[in-house]
Ligand binder design. Structure first.
Ligand SMILES: Cc1cc2nc3c(=O)[nH]c(=O)nc-3n(C[C@H](O)[C@H](O)[C@H](O)COP(=O)(O)OP(=O)(O)OC[C@H]3O[C@@H](n4cnc5c(N)ncnc54)[C@H](O)[C@@H]3O)c2cc1C
Length: 126
């Protein structure tokens, strides 16, 4: 993941905080071993993406690069069928277990909040 701050990136010329997330399941193929990838390589790639995809040509005034391994679940083929099957099983067996969080029904914060709300609703009989 790369995070940079570009001055003059927007129309106002005010600092623009920008977060670029790189890699995911393709990290090793693109950059090699996450434990040894040079931060400068990741920053360069993040800057190139910001330039090519957003037209931000200014160099960042400050940049922080962090490699966070396995930090966001990446669903594999058949994920939804699997989670539906598990949910059906839990309901059939009446098991007091709720599956909530990024591993199950969407990785965004919004998804996690929505699935937590739905789970609480079910517990309250809604
Ligand atoms: C760098 C980064 C940037 C992101 N940016 C965005 C974004 O801009 N917008 C967006 O929507 N989503 C974003 N996400 C994704 C989103 O933040 C996560 O998918 C979401 O927060 C996951 O929520 P969660 O409750 O499933 O897990 P977490 O938030 O990881 O919560 C799990 C909790 O369980 C605790 N825990 C773990 N093991 C144990 C244990 N054995 N016993 C007790 N507690 C334990 C942990 O300490 C943690 O507090 C980002 C994620 C990352 C990593």
């Amino acid at each position: 993941k790369g995070r940079g701050q570009c001055r003059g990136g927007g129309l106002t010329g005010l600092p623009l905080p920008l977060q670029v997330m790189l890699g995911g399941a393709w990290f090793t193929r693109a950059f090699g071993d996450p434990a040894t990838t040079a931060p400068a390589t990741l920053l360069q790639r993040a800057q190139a993406a910001a330039r090519e995809q957003l037209g931000l040509v200014a160099a960042p005034a400050r940049a922080i690069v962090r490699v966070q391994q396995a930090c966001i679940p990446q669903y594999t083929l058949g994920h939804w069928q699997r989670t539906e099957r598990i949910s059906r099983f839990l309901a059939e067996q009446q098991l007091p277990l709720s599956l909530v969080g990024a591993s199950y029904a969407g990785v965004s914060v919004n998804d996690c909040i929505a699935s937590a709300k739905a789970a609480v609703g079910r517990l309250l009989g809604g």
